[in-house]
Design a protein around this ligand. Structure first.
Ligand code: TRP
Length: 427
């Protein structure tokens, strides 16, 4: 399997420049690396935990999806979806909930913070705690484990959640894996970059400090207005200025080449007025995000186009989630009555079944083949650029049996191939 990276954003607001520099831009860059399979989603089930304003959630989801696409996410390469379009996720959440220790959830930072706040206010400890909030980390574990993500880029505040996902995965593997791992154990990836961008007042850029520079909302004017409000010292035009520790300079750096950084500092030391420095900062940022903003506005004005992209993403995601969940249901004992095999006989039967093999050749391309129970070659696939596409064809052939336009060469009679594929539908 290629290396899988997964990122979710809770849909309770719109994105600001800090989100772009800290999360979106690096994630899009990383998604272009060879051998990486990326998953991006709008965590709208998570939004319900914190927000009871339906219109806000709906707008936020649409705005965040449009932002990903406008910022350059290639949805042919990556999988972009809404969490709530994947019914396998809440189903997996339940399977995980049943192996999660309540004591471990009691220690979750978000829950403890809510309890501490209530106690400090003289209220019952659980006064403001819904079961959704309490179970938040289990839903998040399902997001990650559903797609067997290897790596999850997150801010520091989310690291504990990834550790919980690992623990739950480990426990599930141990209880139901029959010696084989059902889940990949995910790793948190915390980039220093994600924390860096200061807001207007020099503190970390964050909605809760009301110091954000909007990314696309409000157009170029809102960007200009926000930049005008960046706090500087009170040195006059012509006076030498110390670039060190200025939020304005740090924000500039996030968009500048090394040469531009040096030149900007030199100009400030030589007396560049803060007003002019702000104009330069605006020109720099708008030069990069201006074209993206145009695409964002067009996507926001044309919901059908965006919806189609998301439907496509949901189909791709479910092509992976469906087979995974079927295997998990089987593992925990949720089985059709016709599947009466005990573990021991299931193992014996497995040995006598045809198999799909997926592999990568020295040409760097991905292939699969279908072998009969006796090891005879039945199907040989054409080359795929993406391992995921090979995987999706395997999943589809297993699910639907023979598909007329499958990109494969047949090496056996149609009847033998059909019989071999039928074995997967019975399984
Ligand atoms: N809890 C994350 C946040 O608030 C959002 C999120 C939900 C997420 N599910 C996820 C992030 C899975 C990474 C992986 O930032």
């Amino acid at each position: 399997m290629s290396h899988r990276v997964l990122t979710g954003i809770t849909t309770t607001g719109t994105l600001h420049l800090g989100n772009y520099v800290g999360a979106i831009r690096p994630a899009i860059e990383a998604s272009r690396a060879p051998g990486v399979e990326s998953f991006f989603f709008m965590a709208d089930f998570h939004a319900l935990i914190k927000c009871d304003e339906p219109d806000r959630i709906a707008h936020s989801s649409r705005s965040i999806a449009a932002t990903w696409v406008a910022a350059g996410l290639d949805t042919n390469r990556v999988t972009l979806y809404r969490q709530s379009d994947i019914p396998e996720i809440p189903e997996l959440t339940w399977l995980l909930t049943c192996v999660t220790a309540k004591g471990q959830m009691n220690r979750a930072h978000a829950y403890k913070a809510a309890v501490d706040a209530a106690v400090a206010a003289g209220e019952e400890p659980d006064a403001h705690v819904s079961m959704g909030l309490f179970s938040y980390p289990v839903l998040m574990a399902a997001d990650i484990l559903m797609f067997n993500a290897h790596r999850v880029p997150v801010g520091k505040d989310q690291v504990q959640h990834i550790e919980m996902a690992r623990d739950v995965a480990q426990r599930f593997n141990h209880l139901f894996g029959r010696g084989q791992d059902l889940f990949v154990l995910p790793e948190a990836q915390v980039d220093a970059e994600m924390e860096l961008l200061p807001g207007l007042d020099g503190r970390k850029m964050s909605k809760s400090y009301d110091n954000v520079v909007p990314l696309f909302e409000g157009g170029a004017q809102a960007l200009k207005d926000a930049i005008a409000r960046i706090v500087t010292d009170s040195k006059l035009p012509g006076e030498p200025k110390d670039p060190q520790g200025q939020a304005l300079v740090t924000i500039y750096d996030a968009f500048a080449t090394p040469e531009q950084r040096t030149a900007f500092r030199a100009a400030l030391r030589a007396g560049l007025a803060w007003g002019e420095a702000k104009q330069q900062l605006f020109a720099l940022i708008d030069g990069q995000i201006g074209p993206m903003r145009a695409r964002y506005e067009s996507l926001m004005a044309n919901p059908a186009e965006l919806e189609a992209i998301l439907q496509d993403g949901a189909a791709k995601a479910r092509a992976i989630a469906g087979p995974v969940l079927r295997q998990l249901r089987e593992a925990v004992g949720l089985r059709p009555y016709t599947a009466t095999a005990t573990t021991a006989t299931a193992k014996a039967e497995k040995a006598a079944l045809p198999v799909f093999k997926q592999y990568r050749e020295t040409d760097g391309k991905f292939y699969f083949k279908l072998l009969s129970a006796g090891g005879e070659l039945l199907l040989q696939s054409d080359a795929f650029e993406q391992g995921r596409d090979a995987g999706q064809w395997v999943a589809r052939l297993k699910r639907e049996g023979w598909v007329a336009d499958a990109p494969v060469q047949r090496s056996a009679s149609d009847a033998d191939i059909a019989a071999a594929l039928a074995a997967f539908q019975d399984a």
